[in-house]
Ligand binder design. Sequence first.
Ligand code: ATP
Length: 582
Amino acid sequence: MLFSELATYFSRLEKETSRNSLVEILAELFEHALPEEIASCTYLLQGRLAPFFQPIEIGMGVNYVADAIALAYQTDRAEVLRRFDRLGDMGEVAKEMGEESGRAAPPEASPGIVEVFETLKRIAGMAGPGSIEQKVGAFTKLLSSLDPLSANYLCRIPLGRLRLGVGDPTILDAFSFAQVGDKSLRKRLERAYNETSDLGLIGDTLWQHGIEGVDCLSIRVGNPIRPALAERLPSAEDILKKLGRCAVEMKYDGFRCQVHKDGEDVRIFSRNLEDMTGMFPEIAQATVRQIAADTAIFEGEALAYNPASDEFLPFQQTTRRRRKHKIDEAAQELPLRLFAFDLLYMNGENVTSVPYEERHDRLARLIQRDETIDVSATRIVEDPEALMEVFNLAIQEGLEGILAKRLDSPYQAGSRNFNWVKLKRAQSGELQDTVDCVIIGYIYGRGKRSSFGVGALLVAVYDPDRDLFTSITKIGTGLTDEEWREVRERCEPYVSEDKPARVESILKPSVWVEPAVVIEVLADEITRSPIHTAGMDGEKQGYALRFPRLVSFRSDDRRPEDCTTVREIVEMYGQQGFRPAK
Ligand code: ATP
C-alpha cells in the first residue's frame, strides 16, 4: 500500500466521529494492506514507530520540521514559521505549500508504507555529531516524494500531532472485523493485548499466523503487562462473603512499579506502562542485587521514605522526583522502598495462572530482603473482625486501607475483578474512593480565577466498551491559585478548537481539551444527572459527581484510558451509604 493511500484513510478517520464508522474505515484499511504492512500501519495510526512503551522518538522539533519543509518547497524557515503562526499546524503548512507547488496528485514513485516507516525509524536512529543535518536531509527527501495530503500527515508524526482519535480498543475491534467481519475475535485479541501491550505485534501475528498464532502470544520480559486491578466492596462482611477465607495486605499509597529483570538488565514500568527505569535507579540496582532469578517479572508499590522521621510519604512526594532533574540526589534525600506484592514470571516460567497464595510464597522466597525491596505483609483472615484489625492497623500507619485477595486467584492481566478487593478509609459524607477523571474542557469564569484563563473544569470518565470519554462533572471550587496555574500549564498543549473525537458531552465548555490530563477527584456523592453523559443510555439519565474536588494530578501514572470507568461509577453509585464497619 502506498503511503498516499494511508494518508487518505487518515483523512477519513480524522473527519469521522462515530465509533462504528471508525471501526469500518480501519477494517477497510487493514483489509487492503499486505500482511507485512499491518505492523507499520498500526504503529503509524498511533503516530509511533514502535509500541508506546519503547521510547523511540524521531528527534525533530518544530524548527527542524520547518527546515525540512523549507528545503522541500524551496523557501526559507522564516516563511514556514510565518505560515505556522497563521495555520497553527505544521502539517497544514506542508499541505498548503505542496498544493501551491502544484503537487496535487501523488507523484510517480510515491513511497509505500513500509518504506516511509523504515525511513522514519532510520531518522530516529541517527545520533551524534552532524545527526541533525542528516535527519533534516532524510526527512526533506521523504517529504519531496509525497503529495500534499501525505506531506500533511508525515509532518505531524515527529511533532506528536497526528491525533486521529483512534484508541486501542477501536483498533482491536477493527482487526476482528477485517479478519472475520464481526467483533467475535475481540476477547482473544484483548487477552494477547493485556499480556504483551503491543498492538503491532498482535496485528502482525494475526495476519501472518491467524488467531491461533495470537492465542500463543503471552507475557515476555521487556513488554509491560496491563495491570490487574481491584474491585470495591463497602464492608469487611461483604468482602468475606464474596471471597471467603482470604489474604489481606496493606494498601500502600505510592507508585505502582512492574519490574522486568533479564540478567543485569532491569526495566521498570509504571501503572500506565511507561518505561520509568530512569526515575527509579535504586530499585533497578536493588533488583539485580536482591532478586535471586535470571529472569523475573514482579510488581510492587514504591514509596518515598524519610529515614530521619521513619515515615512513608504520600504519592505526590514520591512522584516529585520525576520533575527533578537530579534524580540521584533525590534518591539520596528520599530513598524509595518497594513493597513487592505479586510475581508474574520467574526463570522462564509464566506463573500468572499459579494461585495467589503460592505466587506470594514464591515471591517471598525470591527476594533477598533489605531496605530497598521488601515483600508486602500478608495475613490470612477468616472473619470480618480479623480483617478490620488489619484495616485499622493500616489506617494507624497512615496508609489508605487494605486489599483483600482471593487465595486461589490467578493474576489476570488488564482485569478489574473480585480477585482483589479494596477497602479504603473514608470520611463521613464522602465517597469511599476517589475517582480518576480526565479533563475535557475549561469553562471561563469571571473574577480572579479568570486571570489564569480557567473558571471551571469539565471532566470525564472512560467508557471502554465504546472507547469514549463521557462527561461526569464540573469542578469549579476548591483549587488553589497554584493548582489553577498547573491545570493551565498541563492542558495548554491539548487545547482543541473542536470537540475531540472520543469525547461525548452535552455541556459545551469555552475551550475543549483533548483527553490527556488525568486528575484524581474526591466527591461527596454520585447522583443521577440529565446533563452529564457518563452512563447515559437512551432515556436513562447519566451520572454526576456532587461537590467534586481535586486531590492530585495523576498523569504521571495514568493514561486517559486508565481513568475510572462508567461501569465502576455505576457500581459505586449502588454502594453509596455503606461504610466499613468499625
Ligand atoms: P487507587 O487509586 O485506589 O490506587 P487504582 O485504580 O490505582 O486505585 P486499584 O485496582 O483500585 O488501582 O487498587 C490497586 C492499586 O493499589 C494497585 O494499582 C497498586 O498501585 C496499589 N497497591 C498498594 N498496595 C498494594 C498491594 N499490597 N497489593 C496490590 N496493590 C497494591
